[in-house]
Design a protein around this ligand. Structure first.
Ligand code: HEM
Length: 535
C-alpha cells in the first residue's frame, strides 16, 4: 500500500519501474540477496543485557559491514559502510521511510519532521529549514549564553553556599544540569517559552520529562511490544503518558494561539531580514506563523514544535555530557580547551564572530559526537525493493533487499570503524585537524575537506559518509548549526569558570541507550572554580 501511494505521488514512469525491476532481477542473479547475507543471530537477552549498539559493533567485526540481524522471525539489515549508508540516506533516500522509528514516535510527534511520511515531510521541511537562517542563529547565541550563565550562577551559588570556609568543590550530576539547560534553550529558541527548568520544577517540565522517558523507553525496544495484547501491564504507564502529552499539548496550543493572534504575515526574505538581535520574540514559531504562504493547521504546527522540542533537547544534553566525560579523563586537553576559551573570550561572552574562533571546543563537541553519536542508529524501512551498492570492502556485488526491509545504519560502527579511524576508541579532537585522503581504499573516496569548503565542522560530505554527526541526505538534522553553536557556547562558558573532575571512575559511569546514549545513574562530577584563571 505504501509503495503504491509513493509511486502515485511521485508519478514515477513505468519505465523507471521496469528499470528497477530488471536491476533487481540482475542483482538477484549476479549479486547477493538478503537470504545470502551474513547473519547474526540476536537473542532477546541482547536487548536487555547491554545497549544494542554494542552487540551490533561486535557483529560488525565478525560478519562485515552489511549483515542481517535475526531476532526470531524478525530480521533487520545492519549497515556499517559509508557507501551503503550514502546510498540509503542520500542517493536513494526517497525509497525509505523511518519505519520502526515512525511507529514508535508517531503518537508523540504526530506528523512532525522526524516521523513524517514523505509528502508531509516535503511540505514542512521546505518551510522549517529557512527558519534556521543566519540572523536567527545569531540571536540564538544570546539565548545560549543567557541560559548557560543561569546554570553557572546556580553552580556559583552552590559553591558559595556549601561552607563558610570558602567551599572548594561541589558534587553535581552534570547530565541532569545539561538536560535542564538544553530544555530551557530549546523552549526559548523554538517557541519563546521559558521553562526555567534550571531553577525550578513545574507540571509542564515534569510532563516533558515523562514524555521523553516514554519515547526513550519505546525506542529502546526496536520492536513495539506495547502493541501486543500481552503488554497489558503497561496500561497505567500509558495512562500517565497520555496525561503528560495532554499537558504539553495544551501548553503548545496556547503558545500557537498567542503567536497567531499577533501574526504579521510577510515574505520569507523579509522575515529573514528582521532585526533579530532586537526582536522580543525571535523564535522559530514566530517565523513559521508569520511566513506568507505557509498556512498550516494548528495540529501540524504543534507536531512540528513537539518534534523539535524532543529532537533538540536530549541530543544536545547528551553531547555535552559525553564531551565533559571525555575531557575529565584528559586533563591536558581540558587545559588546552580552557586556554582557547581564555584567549578567545577572556572573561567575556561569545559573539557570532568569536564563536567561530573556538575551534578546539567545537572539535571536542564533534569528537564527542563521533564516539557517542546521537542517535547511535539511524532507522529506515525500504518502501520498495532496492539494490544496495557494494561496500568499500568485500561484498562488491551488494545485495538486493525486498520492500519492507528494516534497516539500521549503525553510526556508532561507522564512527568507530577500524577501517577509517586511527585509534578509533581514543578521544582525540586533534584528529580532525589533520587532512586525510583515503583514496587508496578502492571504491570509497575518503576524507576530503575540499568537498565542503568553509564547512563549520567536519561533516558527512567531507568524509563521504564515513562520519555522520548529524546524519546526511535530505533528512539530515535541520538543527545542526543551532546544536553545534549551542554546545560550543555551553561548554566554553563552563570551562571558562570551572575545573571538572569525575567523582568516580570512568568505568562506574554506565551507558544506557534509547534514542540517545546516556548514563545509567548520572554524570557525577566534582566542580571547582578554575585554579588557573589568568584573568
Ligand atoms: C534529525 C542529530 C539537535 C531537529 C536529526 C538526525 C540526526 C540528528 C542524526 C537525522 C535522523 C535520521 O536521519 O533518521 C542531532 C544531534 C543534535 C541535534 C546530534 C545535537 C547535538 C537538533 C536540534 C534541533 C533538531 C537542536 C532543532 C532545533 C531535528 C529535526 C530532524 C533532525 C527536526 C528531522 C529532520 C528531517 O527529517 O527532515 N538530528 N540533532 N536537532 N533533527 Fe537533529
Amino acid at each position: 500500500v505504501r509503495c503504491q501511494s509513493i509511486d502515485t505521488n511521485e508519478r514515477k514512469s513505468d519505465r523507471n519501474l521496469l528499470d528497477n525491476a530488471s536491476n533487481l532481477l540482475t542483482q538477484l542473479l549476479s549479486g547477493g540477496s538478503i537470504g545470502s547475507m551474513p547473519t547474526a543471530e540476536g537473542a532477546v537477552t541482547d536487548l536487555f543485557d547491554r545497549p544494542l549498539f554494542f552487540s551490533l559493533y561486535d557483529w560488525f567485526l565478525e560478519h562485515g559491514s552489511v549483515y542481517k540481524l535475526a531476532f526470531g522471525p524478525k530480521a533487520f539489515v545492519v549497515v556499517s559502510d559509508p557507501i551503503v549508508a550514502r546510498h540509503i540516506l542520500r542517493e536513494n533516500a526517497f525509497c525509505y521511510d523511518k519505519g520502526v522509528l515512525a511507529d514508535i514516535l508517531e503518537p508523540i510527534m504526530g506528523k512532525g519532521l522526524i516521523p513524517a511520511d514523505l509528502d508531509t515531510w516535503k511540505q514542512r521541511r521546505r518551510v522549517i529549514a529557512p527558519g534556521f537562517h543566519t540572523s536567527y542563529l545569531e540571536a540564538m547565541i544570546k539565548i545560549f549564553t543567557d541560559c548557560s550563565e543561569r546554570t553557572i550562577l546556580k553552580f556559583n551559588k552552590l559553591l558559595e553556599g556549601e561552607s563558610p570556609n570558602d567551599q572548594k568543590s561541589i558534587e553535581l550530576d552534570l547530565e541532569a544540569e545539561f538536560s535542564s539547560l538544553a530544555l530551557d534553550i530549546i523552549g526559548l529558541g523554538v517557541f519563546n517559552y521559558d521553562f526555567g527548568s534550571v531553577t525550578k520544577e513545574s507540571p509542564v517540565i515534569k510532563a516533558v520529562y515523562g514524555t521523553l522517558f516514554e519515547a526513550e523507553h519505546r525506542s529502546t525496544f526496536y520492536i513495539p511490544y506495547w502493541k501486543i495484547p500481552l503488554a497489558r501491564w503497561i496500561v497505567p504507564r500509558q495512562r500517565k503518558f497520555q496525561s503528560d502529552l495532554k499537558i504539553i499539548n495544551s501548553c503548545l496550543d496556547g503558545l500557537i494561539r498567542n503567536a497567531k493572534e499577533s501574526r504579521q504575515e510577510t515574505d520569507v526574505e523579509k522575515l529573514q531580514q528582521r532585526d533579530y538581535l532586537n526582536l522580543k520574540d525571535a523564535s522559530l514559531l514566530r517565523f513559521l506563523v508569520d511566513m506568507r504562504g505557509a498556512d498550516v493547521d494548528d495540529r501540524q504546527l504543534r507536531d512540528d514544535l513537539m518534534t523539535m522540542l524532543i529532537a533538540g533537547h536530549e541530543t544536545t544534553a547528551a553531547v555535552l555530557t559525553w564531551a565533559v566525560f571525555l575531557l575529565a579523563q584528559n586533563p591536558t586537553k581540558m587545559k588546552k580547551a580552557q586556554a582557547e576559551v581564555d584567549s578567545v573570550l577572556g572573561e567575556g561572552r561569545p559573539t557570532f564572530e568569536s564563536l567561530k574562533k573556538l575551534q578546539y571546543i567545537r572539535l571536542i563537541v564533534i569528537e564527542a559526537l563521533r564516539l557517542y553519536p546521537q542517535p547511535p542508529l539511524l532507522i529506515r524501512r525500504a518502501l520498495k525493493s532496492d539494490v544496495l551498492p557494494g561496500g568499500y570492502k568485500g561484498d562488491k556485488d551488494g545485495y538486493a533487499i525486498p520492500a519492507g526491509t528494516d534497516v539500521f545504519i549503525s553510526v556508532y560502527n561507522l564512527h568507530r570503524s577500524p577501517y577509517f579511524w586511527d585509534s578509533p576508541n581514543d578521544f582525540e579532537p586533534e584528529r580532525f585537524m589533520v587532512q586525510r585522503k583515503n583514496e587508496d581504499i578502492e571504491g570509497w573516496a575518503g576524507f576530503d575537506p575540499s568537498r565542503s569548503p568553509g564547512a563549520l565542522y567536519p561533516n558527512e560530505v567531507i568524509s563521504d559518509f564515513a562520519f555522520l554527526p548529524f546524519g546526511g541526505g535530505p533528512r539530515k538534522c535541520v538543527g545542526d548549526q543551532f546544536a553545534l553553536m549551542e554546545s560550543t557556547v555551553a561548554l566554553a562558558l563552563l570551562l571558562q569558570k570551572f575545573d571538572v573532575q569525575l567523582k568516580g571512575t570512568p568505568q562506574s559511569v554506565e551507558l544506557v541507550t534509547g534514542a540517545t546514549i546516556h548514563t545509567k545513574n548520572g554524570l557525577w562530577c566534582k566542580l571547582s572554580k578554575r585554579s588557573n584563571l589568568h584573568h
